[in-house]
Design a protein around this ligand. Structure first.
Ligand code: ADP
Ligand code: MG
Length: 390
């Protein structure tokens, strides 16, 4: 892979292999969905698949950007003095946004670079290829501009800031945090309200993480996401009339049941119920994993999917077919949708000796119901973004 990237870099930008190599992972959220903007917990891990960058400093302020995943549009040439978002600039709005955000936050970005990008995670599928790309740029900037004070956590925040303000995507902190702070064979139990976090060993024994990508584009996702956010905000305000809480994540299940009548609309009750119960499930799931109780972890994953399907209503036939078919397969410990929903992926924990049949059976059923194929990735929890030795 490294040789291939360096060779491709030389082909595109000239020179002979003086580029430096960086890698930034994708991430999958194991449990804790739609809790991040409700002051709750999430439980993602970084993956061993992600986004590679081969990059070389320039003497001037030019940026030359090329993605092997979008090779048809060739080299994009721009400059550090032209950092304004523009839809025609397509994917380059992500790297440009991070360089803009760094400067907004007072970091000096004195010179440009030539960058070749290659991602082996699917784009737009909820494995956070966008956060992966942002944190890749932050990691390159830290090294190139000597920004030693810039911690990986700060890089995550800058990535989120750029996605929010440069790319206009209202995302929480989970994606960039998981990508920047990932640790091999660990998941991150993260409190999105405080950014307190803890690494939990992801000891899956004779099982692995299998991601099934629905290949359904998330057409509805953005507007539905905003609706869900505002439904939860309204439900919180209603609850605040009767109980002192800052977020839905502050409530236990019992407290929610006690106070839920303050929410004046049955749909909003279900939305808030998901936020509260999902947060508690995430806490229990992290504990189960600590105790090595994988069966309980899987059960909570399944419950999470049901709650996202019935209470939060963000699954859809594609993700339901993948998860519900997974539940019927032997050797499946747990399976649920992951990411914002409506399209994107499911995450399953499957016993090694059942993985081949799992992929075949779930794949066949999916294609017969939906009419096109799903893609499967057997993945591992990997380290966060970093420079690679050549
Ligand atoms: P997700 O983050 O779930 O993968 P997004 O829609 O948030 O989906 O981000 C996908 C976008 O990120 C792509 O359309 C592209 O603009 C950018 N991107 C991600 N990976 C790459 C890559 N390897 N090369 C160029 N652009 C990329
Ligand atoms: Mg994204």
């Amino acid at each position: 892979m490294k040789e291939k990237l360096l060779a491709e870099f030389s082909k595109i930008f000239g020179g002979d292999g003086q580029a430096e190599l960086f890698f930034s992972p994708g991430r999958v959220n194991l449990i804790g969905e739609h809790t991040d903007y409700n002051g709750g917990h999430v439980f993602p891990c970084a993956l061993t698949i992600g986004t590679y960058g081969a990059v070389r400093k320039r003497e001037d302020r030019k940026l030359r950007l090329y993605s092997m995943n979008f090779s048809g549009t060739g080299i994009w040439e721009t400059s550090l003095d032209e950092l304004t978002p523009c839809p025609e600039d397509r994917w380059t709005n992500y790297p440009k946004g991070v360089l803009w955000a760094l400067q907004e936050k007072g970091y000096e970005v004195p010179f440009g670079f030539d960058l070749l990008v290659y991602g082996n995670i699917p784009n737009g599928s909820g494995l956070s290829s966008s956060a992966s790309l942002e944190v890749l740029i932050g990691t390159i900037a830290k090294k190139f501009y000597g920004l030693d004070m810039l911690t990986m956590e700060e890089i995550a925040k800058i990535g989120q800031y750029s996605e929010n303000h440069y790319n206009g995507v209202n995302c929480g902190i989970m994606d960039q945090f998981a990508v920047a702070m990932g640790k091999k064979n660990h998941a991150i139990y993260l409190d999105t309200a405080t950014l307190e976090y803890e690494y939990a060993p992801l000891e899956l024994g004779d099982a692995r993480i299998v991601i099934a990508c629905s290949n359904k584009k998330r057409g509805l996702a953005d507007s539905a996401y905003n609706t869900r956010r505002s439904e939860c905000e309204t439900a919180l305000q209603e609850l605040q009339q009767v109980v002192k809480v800052d977020t839905l994540g502050d409530l236990s299940e019992e407290e929610f049941e006690q106070y839920k009548d303050a929410i004046k609309d049955p749909v909003r009750v279900r939305r808030a119920r998901h936020a509260v119960y999902e947060n508690q499930r995430t806490r229990k799931a992290a504990e189960a994993l600590k105790k090595g109780d994988l069966a309980e972890f899987g059960r909570l994953m399944n419950e999470s999917h049901v709650s996202l399907r019935d209470d939060y209503e963000v699954t859809g036939i594609e993700l339901d077919t993948l998860a519900e078919t997974a539940w019927e397969q032997p050797g499946v410990i747990g399976s649920r949708m992951t990411g914002a929903g409506f399209g994107g992926c499911t995450v399953s924990i499957v016993k090694n000796d059942a993985i081949d049949d799992f992929i075949e059976n779930v794949g066949r059923k999916y294609e017969s119901v939906i009419g096109y194929a799903a893609d499967f990735y057997v993945v591992e929890a990997g380290d966060g973004a970093r420079r690679l030795s050549k």
